[in-house]
Design a protein. Sequence first.
Lengths: 228, 208, 208, 229, 229
Amino acid sequence: MSDNRVRTALHWLLGAWLVLVIAAAFFWAPAAAGFKGESSRIVFFHVPQAWVAVLAFCVNLIASLRYLRTRDPLDDARAAAAARLGLVFSLLATVTGSIFAHVMWNSFWNWDPREISIAILLLIYAAYFALREAVPDEERRASLSAAYAILAFVTMPFLVFVVPRIYWSLHPDTIIGATGKLKMQMDPRMLQTLFASLVGFTGLFFWLYTLDVRLARVRLARQAREEA
Amino acid sequence: MAAVSVEFTKVAKRFGTRTVLAAVSGALRPGSVLVVAGPNGAGKSTLLNLLAGVLRPSRGEVSHRRGGADLPRSEWCEHLGMASPDMAVYEELSALENLRFFGRLRGHATSDAAITALLETLGLPAREQRRAVGTYSSGMKQRVKLAQAVLHEPAVLLLDEPSSNLDAAGHDAVAGLVARFRPLAAVAVATNDPREIAWGDARLELAL
Amino acid sequence: MAAVSVEFTKVAKRFGTRTVLAAVSGALRPGSVLVVAGPNGAGKSTLLNLLAGVLRPSRGEVSHRRGGADLPRSEWCEHLGMASPDMAVYEELSALENLRFFGRLRGHATSDAAITALLETLGLPAREQRRAVGTYSSGMKQRVKLAQAVLHEPAVLLLDEPSSNLDAAGHDAVAGLVARFRPLAAVAVATNDPREIAWGDARLELAL
Amino acid sequence: MRASSLLSESLAVLGKELTSEVRSRVALNAIGLFGITTLVVVAYQIGPYQIQEKDRPYLLSALLWVILFFAATSGLARVFVKEEDAHTAKTLRLAARPLAVFAGKYLFNLILLAALFTLIVPLYCALMGYEVRGLAGLALVLAAGAVALSASSTIVAAIISRASGSTTLFAILSVPLVLPLLVMLIQGTRAAAGSVELAAVLPALQGIVSLGGALLIVSVFLFPVVWHE
Amino acid sequence: MRASSLLSESLAVLGKELTSEVRSRVALNAIGLFGITTLVVVAYQIGPYQIQEKDRPYLLSALLWVILFFAATSGLARVFVKEEDAHTAKTLRLAARPLAVFAGKYLFNLILLAALFTLIVPLYCALMGYEVRGLAGLALVLAAGAVALSASSTIVAAIISRASGSTTLFAILSVPLVLPLLVMLIQGTRAAAGSVELAAVLPALQGIVSLGGALLIVSVFLFPVVWHE
Ligand code: HEM
Ligand SMILES: Nc1ncnc2c1ncn2[C@@H]1O[C@H](COP(=O)(O)OP(=O)(O)OP(=O)(O)O)[C@@H](O)[C@H]1O
Ligand SMILES: Nc1ncnc2c1ncn2[C@@H]1O[C@H](COP(=O)(O)OP(=O)(O)OP(=O)(O)O)[C@@H](O)[C@H]1O
Ligand SMILES: [Mg+2]
Ligand SMILES: [Mg+2]
């Protein structure tokens, strides 16, 4: 009972926090210099989405590793829930980034290293679910997708750290400067908003994640009851 | 041949929401033959797969024990032999090549002469042994499968419908095989054939 | 059901340099059951494949005749039914879907109720019929294969080891099937099972 | 009577293929995903900006067809091999007339290809910055290409399934058949990209349609031979 | 004792694979031919003269690896799927330790890849007019690439064999794993092409070897999970 009350309170807190973040993004933080018009405001949503996509990938890895140890169907459900959210958020980050890129650089897609890493993350999530779809048996589906998630994670550091370095060296005539993204002109108020948004999106992720896991728990419990 | 026994206690197997086996217990002990009987779909093959470790029980426990200690999983393949309708040997290799391969895999060095002799006792004449298994008749394939199961003198022998597709001589050869392994190995035979029920010292009757 | 008979005269089959059948003659006539017997590897399945037109004889002739005239090849599939150990149905489809498909292919419109009834007489209960065949036990698969062979009421029915993998009830169901087709169709049964030899009006014993 | 029953039998085969694919769930979305990943590899490695402005019309049309061909190859080959692998080929052979089998499998391949094309082509144009001016011309070329490619794929898939089949062998056998086709398709695509006029694609289209038609007709006659030993 | 018997068991698996492949005629030359035909399509359509002088080092190395990767895909994927198709997987599972199976299949894929590389790379260089100055560097890059690619192919092949596997799924699963590898391989190849010095390929080689090593080690640990359920 009190557990439920804490949960309800947290939900309200999260909702209020996100409303504040949205308000701050549009009315409190200034538009960054060097961006066209008000376009910089998308950063407050774009960056947290990309962060959540990466976070989901890590949660998925941990749940997968745990599944292989415990063989608990709930751990598989955790991995799947994280991957589902990861898919959604990497899609959102790609779309917002793409809109942003269109405004800033007049092109939706530029093969920028960040675009590539998020695209690969999308492909990994898509592959993960393609694999799950292809295995009807539940236990086998769980262990195969756990194995794949671990394998995919091994390649991630190379994507994030090694490949961009090489890639840039191949592109002397890049569209964006080699200094990378526009980190520099961050007004303190912008930084605060961005940080608040990061916290808010992380909270949103965990809320959705626990919802999905609770749903899975109910489903598994009902299954167990039906057998008995 | 080490003495290995297999114990299964309250083993249950579900596929999705279907319960195929509900809390079956028993044991395979060296020197005895367990016949697993029951109508089609009763779960005989499922039980054998659980004993072989090919399937994982949904509940309950299967343990392979040698001299009071658990047999480590990495050694199961040396001590277990199995033949079943859903296992095949390599169709592009000959019977001889197949058995050479399976012998080597199990670290059981077997001379070609010994393989040939084994296949002959199972009723596959030497002149047929160097032809690709893909060209064999259904009964000839079954004999190669059986040879694969017993080549390494396993301590636990699991036979699922061992005389399917076999003629009368083949049936006798299987009976001979069971008699040969009875003294030392733990044998389980899953069968639909009333004649084979008599082979067992113990009998486990599964119901639908 | 049209009356079709199959005559084979001096049929021989070689694979490479091996002669498997040397000049076998006989006939399948409506109203009678031919049992093809002989040890494993004698050529029973090969003969049935020749009669079905799946294999071409090396020498000799196989003719399908209806009312004095040759049955055109394009109509064989409507009038022929066959089950054998090397034929499978689609594992990703259910029994019902498989039979719907084979019925439609043969231009033989069959209601779901009729399919369900047929499978039930063969011993596959209705509640199992909507599950993918890949999850069936060996005996359940065999029942679906048999249903596939007889669904379109063929005039020529070729059964190769029809009761392999079946339990006692299944064996009786096959006997019932043969009895049902005996009056009108031309039936051939290739078998290793001594109990099935009695089903034949005629018997063809192949030797190795 | 005969023709209508042939149609119904072909549709039965097509229906079975579709359910099977959907059931094994490596279905259409997988072939699409495969196309996309291929596209990403190529686009990422070669990218739109690597190619000089003046090389674009030529290179981009060639690359598009190489990708489509790869994606098609890996999916279509299985259509008969899987019957042999699963030992259902003999059952099917005894139950259906060869023409119905061929027609059903052909239609299935055609549907797969059409789905692949509608998915990949727009994406390719967007990712690689490929501007096609004659959309109607492109659509015609793609349609004719699908008809021809699936004819050649279907018959070659049947051939290799009989020779202890493998997807690899399929690719080998189909390339000599497909090479002239690909050349004409590339030409046609390039023509469509360069001009709004339908007339621009006509020469290539004629070639594609006649080669595709020839392949289809020959396949229909060849198929019973391949199918029955 | 244990280690030497593991070696002998792995070699037994490798030997079986080699005989089987030669027997079923999907042999080494088949995978090679696939590479060659692909190469012909690309060389014929894109050719050496379509590419501007200054783009060559980059485009040619990228194209080479795209071809090699796709040629490899169709061959390497079958290594476990064929066991499931033929119902021999259960027999093998009961007879061999997982590590021996993985090692044998890995070595087999490595041999296939090595054969493919020795066949395609010289041909590609000749057909496309690709001049490589650091041959030793190229050889090192190719060797490291084969080791890494066959690790990822073998484990992915094992995964898809337990799903309702197809080549399509294979490509979908392996592309994200292999993409960073491909980027490094392309970079290494370009470095080798540009300079006689071995040092030029070192940075790329380090990346390839470490990713390849990581994939191999993780695969060895994951394989038993994939293989036994
Ligand atoms: C299709 C277009 C885009 C995609 C897919 C994309 C993707 C990403 C990803 C994945 C990240 C997280 C990177 C990490 O955590 O290391 C990120 C961060 C970021 N993006 Fe984008 N992005 C796109 C366009 C843009 C554009 C046009 C801008 C601004 C000009 C931009 C500004 C930023 C900033 C400021 C960050 C955070 C700073 C940082 O982590 O270094 N993005 N983006
Ligand atoms: N992978 C699976 N998924 C779902 N159901 C399965 C699976 N494997 C087996 N079953 C079901 O479990 C039941 C028992 O199957 P099993 O093969 O053990 O029977 P059996 O006693 O060996 O029968 P038979 O005598 O016909 O071989 C059957 O109803 C079968 O359909
Ligand atoms: N495609 C083939 N190539 C070579 N030999 C073959 C081929 N098919 C069958 N044979 C051989 O022909 C002989 C007869 O085979 P067949 O399958 O007809 O025997 P059968 O009487 O049905 O035996 P069983 O009772 O074991 O089913 C066997 O020796 C078999 O090896
Ligand atoms: Mg069984
Ligand atoms: Mg036979």
